[in-house]
Write a protein that binds this ligand. Structure first.
Ligand code: ADP
Ligand code: MG
Length: 239
């Protein structure tokens, strides 16, 4: 398992304006950590910097006590699930799930073993030969999750993975993701703009607004002791 440590992380795309300001944050091993904030507050940028998909303008990013500022994404031992989960339409469920492992040169037998273990666990065992278009929205999302889980990376990053699903499915997938994270002991960084999602899923939550941390705390702290009016109104607590 791995922790993530950020020291004075700052990001600007064009020198004019910082989209993230001096972010100081430690995310614990095995923690379900939620980044929440309105659209444009910098959530995806921060997640992409953890993943190595975005340059860090200033500050230090560590994963597992190692500075990773210049480490390429493939060497960071993490998995990522995006909003539009980008399954390959011409590939079967099985091929979609195994794609990343082939790139990492995991042996055939090991691939098979992990495929069966993962798809059994996630109720996808009967769908291995199907194409994404032959699946429901929930099943497709599960394939995207399986693709992350099969990598066995100790850190998992998710960027609004449920926002394309209807309300009912979203509610059940929240429970499913939480269960999976606990069972595998993943260090999870989960981005959402939905405060209900944040409050029901997070061990701890960071509220972001205009690139600055407003508050970090567990759901009860955020609700009972919002640090400012922004947090109070965003979370919907009575202050
Ligand atoms: P969120 O995920 O919270 O909606 P983002 O991290 O996507 O926020 O964006 C934060 C800010 O950075 C926004 O003002 C956005 O317009 C800007 N931004 C994001 N990506 C780029 C980019 N590639 N180039 C320039 N500006 C960007
Ligand atoms: Mg975003």
């Amino acid at each position: 398992m791995k922790n993530i440590e950020m020291t004075d992380i700052t990001k600007s795309y064009d020198k004019q304006k910082n989209v993230l300001n001096e972010i100081n944050l430690t995310i614990g091993e095995g923690e379900f950590f939620v980044l929440v904030g309105p659209s444009g507050s910098g959530k995806s940028t921060l997640l992409r910097m953890i993943a190595g998909l975005e340059d860090i303008t200033d500050g230090i990013m560590k994963i597992d006590d190692r500075v990773v500022n210049h480490l390429p994404p493939k060497d960071r031992d993490l998995s990522m699930v995006f909003q539009n989960y980008a399954l390959y339409p011409h590939m079967s469920v099985e091929q979609n799930i195994l794609f990343g492992l082939q790139a990492k040169k995991v042996g055939k037998e090991e691939q098979r073993r992990r495929l069966i273990e993962t798809t059994d666990m996630m109720g996808l065992g009967d769908y291995l030969k199907r194409k994404p278009r032959e699946l429901s929205g929930g099943q497709r999302q599960r394939v995207a999750l399986a693709r992350a889980v099969v990598s066995q990376a100790p850190v998992c990053l998710m960027d609004e993975p449920l926002s394309n699903l209807d309300a009912k499915l979203r509610a059940s997938m929240r429970v499913e993701i939480r269960r999976l994270q606990k069972r595998l002991g993943l260090t999870m960084v989960y981005v959402t703009h939905d405060q209900v999602e944040a409050m029901t899923m997070g061990d701890r939550i960071m509220v972001l607004h205009d690139g600055s941390i407003q508050q970090v705390g567990n759901p009860i702290e955020l609700y009972n002791e919002p640090a400012n009016l922004f947090v109070a109104s965003f979370i919907g607590s009575p202050k």
